[in-house]
Design a protein around this ligand. Structure first.
Ligand SMILES: [Fe+2]
Ligand SMILES: [Fe+2]
Length: 176
């Protein structure tokens, strides 16, 4: 059985991951409304990833026999001043999640719950990638404020099909 302190914190993290997913849907819809389809596609895809993170945590608690609670979700920001603001918000969100993931690993370790600590390792690696990619996008968007089409072209050029990650934890119901 995972440590109680870890289970409680992981349940809170499920809410943060779903909230991150909703925030990215809101950002994608904002860009879609501005006819910036590549930026929209980037954030629609991020939204699915965050949803999958939540469902991986749900599956972990199910496997461990610790009943996961599906939470209410905080409302996302839906109004943005310019083309840069949503990406800056996304980077803040990813940095905050990295801290939360680190705290979850620490909670597991402090409780001597090494299985849960190991479960968090994939998320630690994932957060390094997510912060790096959002940070790169912020650099590009910031540089191209006056010409958002340059960002659209950058995203077309850089878009590689993300390879399936066989080390990813299983998601409840299957990853989307
Ligand atoms: Fe996430
Ligand atoms: Fe993320």
């Amino acid at each position: 059985m995972p440590a109680d302190a870890f289970v409680q914190r992981l349940n809170e993290q499920i809410a943060y991951e779903f909230a991150a997913s909703q925030q990215y849907v809101a950002i994608a819809v904002h860009y879609d409304g501005e006819t910036l389809p590549q930026l929209a596609a980037f954030f629609y895809a991020q939204a699915v990833e965050e949803r999958n993170h939540a469902m991986m945590m749900v599956q972990y608690l199910l496997d461990a026999g610790s009943h996961p609670t599906i939470p209410a979700v905080a409302a996302p920001e839906t109004a943005f001043d310019d083309v840069v603001a949503p990406v800056a918000l996304g980077l803040d969100q990813e940095r905050r999640v990295s801290d939360q993931i680190g705290a979850l690993a620490a909670t597991a370790r402090d409780a001597g719950d090494y299985a849960s600590e190991q479960f968090m390792q994939w998320f630690i690696k994932e957060q390094i990638e997510e912060v790096a990619s959002m940070s790169a996008l912020l650099t590009v968007v910031d540089r191209s404020k006056a010409d958002p089409m340059a960002v659209e072209e950058y995203l077309v050029r850089e878009k590689g099909a993300e390879a399936a990650d066989p080390t990813a934890p299983a998601a409840a119901g299957g990853a989307l």
